[in-house]
Design a protein around this ligand. Structure first.
Ligand code: UDP
Length: 238
């Protein structure tokens, strides 16, 4: 049993606790949901449980595909033991289909298939509303080195291929998703979570949204969508 020590950090969706090992932390997934940079708030019943379990399944698959992640092991229903990371202050978004802010920015209708995967970087700063940034912006901000951006793009695209394949087996279209990375002993590894909070998942047959857009857009059946994703993944990843 890993001993949970004091809380180190509380974010919108997770709490992080120290352990007796200075390199390892316990992440506790909450049911709290926020959207639009914290303007919309609510809770989604048992979201913490489903996001923790879904992330664990996907991190394990990514590890099998050779992508380093921060997950050490699942330690509870809503709790995961992870490696401590020096977080890179960028959100890496990968998109296969136009939706959300890209649809708006480029004037594409939601659902338009992109000819190739698009990778974007957003600077993690709530007070600025996490702006989209290009390589020069990232350089002047000092958020990452040019050679690190090369690695982030490569990892984003590789993770996209692995996740697209898994989700397709579960009858789900991977529309887009957000990743966060950090450095652990000099190596860039995947952190944060991969869940319906951070991805757009559309049912391949019906087009139904199985992700946080149900909360953002008040579409109802929010919990049901998270449960559906978890159950389908459990089935295909057995
Ligand atoms: N996303 C996220 N956290 C953020 C912003 C975006 O997890 O702070 C995810 C979002 O769920 C979607 C993808 O990144 O899967 C692209 O989001 P987009 O830029 O379209 O922004 P949104 O429309 O969600 O505001």
């Amino acid at each position: 049993m890993v001993k949970k020590l004091e809380q180190m950090y509380e974010g919108k969706a997770k709490k992080v606790f120290r352990t007796e090992n200075p390199d390892l932390y316990l992440v506790d997934y909450k049911d709290d949901a926020t959207a639009f940079n914290g303007e919309k708030r609510g809770t989604i019943a048992d979201k913490g449980y489903y996001n923790n379990q879904i992330s664990a399944l996907l991190f394990a698959e990514l590890e099998k595909a050779g992508i380093p992640t921060h997950m050490v092991e699942l330690t509870g229903d809503r709790e995961m033991l992870v490696k401590g990371l020096e977080i890179i202050q960028l959100e890496v978004v990968v998109r296969n289909i136009a939706a959300g802010s890209l649809a708006k920015r480029l004037g594409f209708e939601e659902g338009r298939k992109l000819p190739f995967a698009v990778v974007e970087f957003y600077y993690k700063d709530d007070s600025l509303g996490d702006p989209l940034v290009n390589d020069s912006h990232i350089a002047v901000l000092g958020a990452a080195q040019p050679e690190e951006l090369v690695v982030l793009r490569e990892l984003g695209l590789k993770i996209n291929r692995v996740l697209q394949d898994i989700m397709a087996r579960a009858g789900i279209e991977l529309v887009d998703f957000k990743l966060e990375f950090g450095k652990h002993k000099g190596e860039i590894i995947l952190g944060d979570e991969i869940s319906p909070d951070t991805c757009r998942f559309w049912d391949m047959e019906t087009g139904a949204k199985l992700d946080k857009d149900r909360f953002r857009r008040d579409l109802g059946k929010v919990e049901e969508a998270y449960i559906e994703v978890y159950q389908r993944l459990q089935k295909v990843l057995k």
